[in-house]
Design a protein around this ligand. Structure first.
Ligand code: KIV
Length: 273
């Protein structure tokens, strides 16, 4: 039976995230930016797909996530949500679409929910984003918070640097409690020292999803191009689970060689009159 004929799997929903934490089951999350990869990761059993604003640096050729627009996230999120049959799909609210306050955040999140079919939105920031998280939660929109290294603030943070060392650990823990109290359904912890992430994971009732935050988070997220080994460089906290970039280069070279030599297309690839 082909994958598309397989019975529709049970959709991961917001209460399953909480239940997974309570049962001590680790959650898996990957970014996805299109229908092709969304279907592959969904079939592989990845629990959560994140239409991250990392689409800016991974797919759109920007140096940062800052130029990504709401319209760009909406197009990608619609493709991912349309392709995923089981995964809980989360879309990032890009830089500039929620910082002005709860009204702006609500307008942006309502557009995402109406136009894409995702199950939740993600936004960056701790105590500063509490009014936004509260407003979205009260409107029935599940929110994933994002603490630690927050790429939308990379200019203020001085680039990708570990957050929450020393005295700063206390602030991140307070942020985690504040976003949970405001209604966040999960918290992404990015580049946070492992013991700090472990402590937060113990203290908050919602699942923590780590990226460069050690093994004791309730789940892990990776940017899929890092996970799959698409480029030459991999962040220290990521692991290459494949060499898909090299495999793709080899396939493209073989294709070009066969076209140039006249081996492809063969008789079987052509149509009779
Ligand atoms: O945009 C993104 O890919 C993210 C992950 C790094 C968590 O926010």
């Amino acid at each position: 039976m082909s994958t598309s004929d397989a019975p529709t799997p049970r959709r991961v929903r917001v209460h399953h995230l909480q239940a997974a934490k309570e049962r001590g089951e680790r959650l898996t999350m990957l970014t996805a930016y299109d229908a092709v990869t969304a279907r592959i990761f969904d079939d592989a059993g990845i629990d959560m797909l994140l239409v991250g604003d990392s689409i800016g640096n991974t797919m759109h050729g920007h140096l940062t996530t800052l130029p990504v627009t709401l319209d760009e996230i909406i197009v990608a999120a619609r493709a991912v949500a349309g392709a995923a049959r089981r995964a809980f799909v989360v879309a990032d609210l890009p830089f500039g679409t929620y910082e002005a306050g709860p009204e702006q955040a609500l307008a942006s999140a309502v557009r995402v929910m109406k136009e894409t079919g995702v199950a939740a939105v993600k936004l960056e920031g701790g105590e500063r984003s509490v009014p936004q998280i509260r407003a979205l939660s009260q409107a029935g929109i599940p929110v994933v918070a994002h603490l630690g290294y927050t790429p939308q603030s990379e200019n203020a943070l001085g680039g990708p640097r570990v957050q929450g060392r020393g005295h700063a650990a206390e602030q991140i823990s307070q942020d985690a409690v504040a976003v949970t109290d405001a209604g966040a359904v999960a918290i992404v912890l990015e580049m946070v020292p492992a013991p700090v992430a472990a402590r937060i994971t113990e203290v908050v009732r919602v699942p923590t999803i780590g990226i460069g935050a050690g093994p004791q988070c309730d789940g892990q997220v990776l940017v899929w191009v890092d996970m799959a080994g698409m480029g030459d460089w991999t962040p220290r906290f990521a692991k290459r689970f494949g060499e898909i970039g090299a495999a793709l280069t080899a396939a493209a070279r073989d294709y070009a060689d066969e076209v140039r030599s006249g081996t492809f297309p063969a008789a079987g690839h052509a149509f009779d009159a």
